[in-house]
Design a protein around this ligand. Structure first.
Ligand SMILES: NC(=O)c1ccc[n+]([C@@H]2O[C@H](COP(=O)([O-])OP(=O)(O)OC[C@H]3O[C@@H](n4cnc5c(N)ncnc54)[C@H](O)[C@@H]3O)[C@@H](O)[C@H]2O)c1
Length: 396
């Protein structure tokens, strides 16, 4: 089968682009990365040189006739502006999380994409990895009976201890821990159980402290613009009930990421949804059986780096390449080629930010928040999916 690659333009050549570029350029034949841009020209030039594409301005990317997908890897406060401009120029968009800084702006982008018949997929795509696809298969194949409940907790220190106060992804509106990390858990839950019907819970903006001694505001307290602690109760349309705790603990806290699913016949201990691999553990027979299950999919980041590790053995490069971000962009390209909806549908990303918004509203009003978005549960990848050259075999 001959593959006609889809043209891609990357906007934002910072930290996370280090994992997107190697996967999009080397792994997925369906993607042709044509250009990249950044507000800081040197960053775009460096990435263009390393990955053999052309450094452009944002406008040149929006106007390029061969670019069909814009990959928005800018900071959260630029997501709205970049995505809006790309959609207005008729491009499909894959955006890093969150879709925008708040639900209202995200809804506006969703409506714009819908009115133009364009794709607006939003990260994370980690649930397409081997770990969560295996969990999905085990649940769908009845290994835990009927799923009843899901509990997820992420507690982590979430403020850079920098000498000067600075604007960062994780301290911006739409970038605090419920948004920045909550997205991994909510996307993973949507993959396992489909959409949420209504939410309730509590949201707090807890005081933070400037923690670096050379900061002039050392030990001063401050508040962020978005909640940095939520305790959410979720009722899924399928009847599963869930909780999500996302808490910025202030200082570095030992992190125990993950999610547990309880069913009528067993318990599934799911892996860190920020990652693509395992482990996946299953408990059955009243605890007598406790096994680590083999992964049914191979897109984990634990397989040998593709292409093989560079001769200079640059550890950072190997580490970034081992993370598998970019599969969500490839899935859009396959969806466009084969005339189907991308697994990360427009409504899925909107649903995720609406859930966090809904918890905040519920906390303020003391009432349940009824969800208005109702995305379809994303289709599972076929067992055995490995990505790379064989990806076409698994698209349907
Ligand atoms: N760093 C991580 O570990 C990580 C992990 C997962 C997701 N993310 C997400 O990826 C996104 C980017 O994070 P990052 O860590 O790479 O940040 P970063 O600050 O390292 O990089 C962002 C880049 O975007 C550029 N940029 C900002 N606004 C722009 C605009 N309007 N036009 C062109 N370029 C613009 C900046 O100059 C910068 O080079 C965020 O949404 C973040 O939540 C980051």
């Amino acid at each position: 089968m001959s593959i006609k690659p889809i043209g891609v333009g990357v906007i934002g050549c910072g930290m996370i682009s280090n994992t997107y570029f190697p996967n999009m350029v080397n792994r997925f034949d369906i993607l042709n990365v044509i250009a990249c841009s950044d507000l800081i020209e040197e960053k775009a030039k460096a990435k263009a040189e390393e990955y053999h594409c052309v450094a452009m301005t944002n406008e040149e990317i929006y106007n390029h006739p061969d670019i069909q997908i814009v990959v928005n890897l800018t900071n959260v406060w630029s997501h709205y502006e970049v995505t809006k401009a790309a959609l207005e120029a008729g491009k499909h968009v894959y955006s890093e999380k969150m879709m925008a800084e708040n639900y209202e702006d995200a809804k506006e982008l969703y409506d714009l994409a819908k009115s133009k018949g364009l794709v607006l997929s939003c990260a994370p795509d980690t649930f397409l990895g081997a770990g969560y696809q295996t969990c999905r298969k085990l649940i769908d194949d009845g290994y835990i009976g009927t799923p009843l409940a899901v509990n997820a907790t992420i507690v982590r220190g979430y403020f850079p201890a920098t000498p000067a106060p600075r604007k960062g992804n994780v301290t911006s509106e739409g970038g605090t821990i419920p948004f920045d990390m909550g997205g991994y858990y909510i996307h993973a839950m949507q993959n396992l159980f489909g959409p949420v019907k209504r939410v309730s819970g509590f949201a707090q903006r807890r005081e933070k402290i400037y923690s670096h001694p050379s900061n002039p505001q050392y030990k001063e307290k401050f508040l962020l613009n978005s909640p940095n602690f939520i305790q959410a109760a979720l009722e899924f349309e399928c009847g599963v009930l869930g909780t999500l705790t996302a808490c910025d603990s202030g200082f570095v806290t030992p992190e125990i990421p993950g999610m547990t699913v309880y069913g009528t016949d067993g318990v599934l201990i799911c892996p860190d949804p920020n990652m693509f691999g395992g482990p996946v553990k299953l408990i059955r027979n009243g605890g007598k059986e406790y096994v680590e299950m083999p992964l049914t999919h191979a897109y984990s980041g634990e397989e040998p780096v593709f292409p093989p590790a560079p001769p200079e053995k640059d550890f950072t490069k190997i580490m970034w390449a081992a993370s598998r971000r970019g599969i969500g962009v490839a899935d859009i390209a396959w969806a466009l080629t084969n005339g189907r909806t991308p697994r990360i549908s427009n409504e899925m990303g909107l649903h995720t930010i609406e859930i966090i918004h809904g918890v905040t509203v519920a906390s303020e009003t003391g009432k349940y928040y009824e969800m208005t978005s109702h995305p379809e549960r994303p289709k599972a990848l076929r067992a055995g999916f490995i990505g790379g050259a064989a990806e076409a075999v698994f698209d349907d």
